[in-house]
Design a protein around this ligand. Structure first.
Ligand SMILES: NC(=O)c1ccc[n+]([C@@H]2O[C@H](COP(=O)([O-])OP(=O)(O)OC[C@H]3O[C@@H](n4cnc5c(N)ncnc54)[C@H](O)[C@@H]3O)[C@@H](O)[C@H]2O)c1
Length: 420
């Protein structure tokens, strides 16, 4: 059966670009989101998130009538679920959004429909979702009941795009297709081939779920190694950036760069899904999470040490000292502050420091609520001219454009090695 109408449930950073990519191939796309503001914005041909080139595609898709957004699901031939999968306070995965999305489409399902879960999920989540759907629709058969002969096909197909390059990577990256049956995998591949130029690589649902978690845990563990080196080098009086550069000249060594910690809603979250299900076997993954989560506190300690030196040398009081924090986002050159270690560090400094805390963040126009009244948002030039202490937290292109020699301050904590 071909896919005349495709529905994407959850129109955020992943769902909206996916919906837009199908609509750009002249498919009728029904976008669904519980957020009325998102739905209204999209139906005006605009976007409610920041992602390069997404605005143009959505505008064209909506104007051509291929993309329409709703707050409640509508009938379709394929449903892709891209809703949040956060963790709860105890680091256990929270599948409530996935289950709510599945429950919302259950009444609309008909024989021949394909359901794809794209949300990053713990292993077994696709099967759990399928069980829930089967419980709600006893009149239809599902892959866990009838295998290849089921009425409904279900697959897990994770997303691995880089924020800021989503519209390119969505089309070009290879995609892991984890069908609950071979027929489900084949139909999911057929669906993605509508816009995908990368390869569809077929496996089973559980392996596909684990594959996404593995990719982000790999990044987390490797960043933890670099961050651990930064702790060791600070004790040893060694420049960690020079050390890593030298070590990486070994033909089989490729160490990542340390930073202020690990943020965003993927790398800092997904490894916990593995830990939650395999606490005894995942010692390295767990330790990596703890190493990366400890980095912001370590950075604040470095600032405290620098402040102590500054006070001794200048004879000033702490409340006369201006600290400038360069960067708030969780990655360079984006506006996304979610789970950002730079934000966490800036907040800790502003709470503790009795003098002025400046923030320089070229990608936002106003401070987030948690920093309002605690810090002042100022330009790079004013910060460079007035700060006593500079703390570099994000390697935005604007900061990289400043040469190390141009920094006149003696007291600098550079967590990204930009002005090494
Ligand atoms: N953003 C990324 O870079 C990225 C990369 C790979 C994987 N993922 C994964 O993709 C999933 C979605 O992430 P995101 O960044 O797009 O999240 P997001 O928060 O940007 O978007 C999710 C959207 O789902 C909507 N929603 C929640 N419950 C709903 C429901 N029951 N019905 C309809 N809409 C509902 C929300 O209103 C929101 O607009 C997560 O599992 C995430 O881990 C994200």
């Amino acid at each position: 059966m071909s896919f005349e109408t495709i529905s994407v449930i959850g129109l955020g950073y992943i769902g909206l670009p996916t919906a837009a990519a199908f609509a750009a191939r002249q498919k009728k796309v029904i976008g669904v989101d519980v957020n009325q503001h998102a739905v209204d914005t999209i139906n005006q041909g605009k976007i409610h998130i920041v992602e390069p080139d997404l605005d143009k595609t959505v505008k064209t898709d909506v104007e051509a009538g291929y993309l329409k957004a709703f707050t409640t699901p509508q009938r379709a031939d394929a449903f892709l679920i891209a809703v949040p999968t956060p963790f709860k306070d105890d680091h256990q995965p929270d599948l409530s959004y996935v289950m709510a999305a599945a429950e919302s489409i259950a009444p609309l399902l008909k024989k021949g429909d394909l359901i794809i879960l794209e949300s990053t999920s713990p292993t077994g989540a696709t099967e759990q979702m399928a069980q829930r759907l089967a419980a709600m629709r006893a009149d239809l058969t599902f892959p866990q009941q009838q295998g290849e002969n089921s009425d409904i096909d279900i697959a897990y197909c994770p997303e691995r795009v880089l924020p800021g390059k989503v519209m390119v990577e969505l089309i070009k990256n290879d995609r892991v297709i984890g069908g609950m049956t071979m027929k489900s995998s084949q139909r999911a591949s057929e669906l993605y081939r509508i816009f995908l130029t990368g390869e569809c690589v077929i496996t089973n649902a559980k392996t596909a779920e684990m594959c996404k978690l593995t990719e982000n845990s790999f990044r987390d563990v490797n960043i933890a190694f670099a961050n651990e080196l930064s702790f060791i080098c600070a004790e040893q009086g060694i420049n960690v950036w020079e050390l890593i550069n030298l070590a990486n000249r070994h033909p089989r060594v490729n160490i990542l760069q340390p930073g202020p910690g690990v943020g965003g809603h993927c790398i800092a979250v997904d490894p916990w899904f593995i830990v939650a299900q395999n606490p005894k076997q995942s010692r390295l993954i767990q330790t990596a999470r703890l190493v990366n989560d400890s980095k912001p506190i370590w950075v604040v300690d470095q600032v405290k040490k620098v402040l102590a030196d500054c006070l001794t040398e200048t004879g000033k009081r702490a409340n006369e000292i201006k600290i400038s924090c360069f960067g708030l986002t969780f990655k360079p050159d984006i506006d996304d502050l979610r789970e950002s270690p730079a934000m966490q560090i800036t907040k800790m400094i502003a709470d503790w420091h009795t003098g002025t805390t400046y923030v320089v963040e070229p990608n936002i126009n106003e401070l987030p609520n948690v920093l309002k009244g605690l810090c002042q948002l100022i330009s790079t030039e004013v910060a460079a001219a007035n700060a006593d202490i500079i703390l570099l937290l994000v390697d935005h292109k604007q900061f990289k454009a400043i040469k190390g020699e141009q920094i006149r301050q003696k007291w600098v904590v550079d967590t990204k090695g930009v002005w090494r």
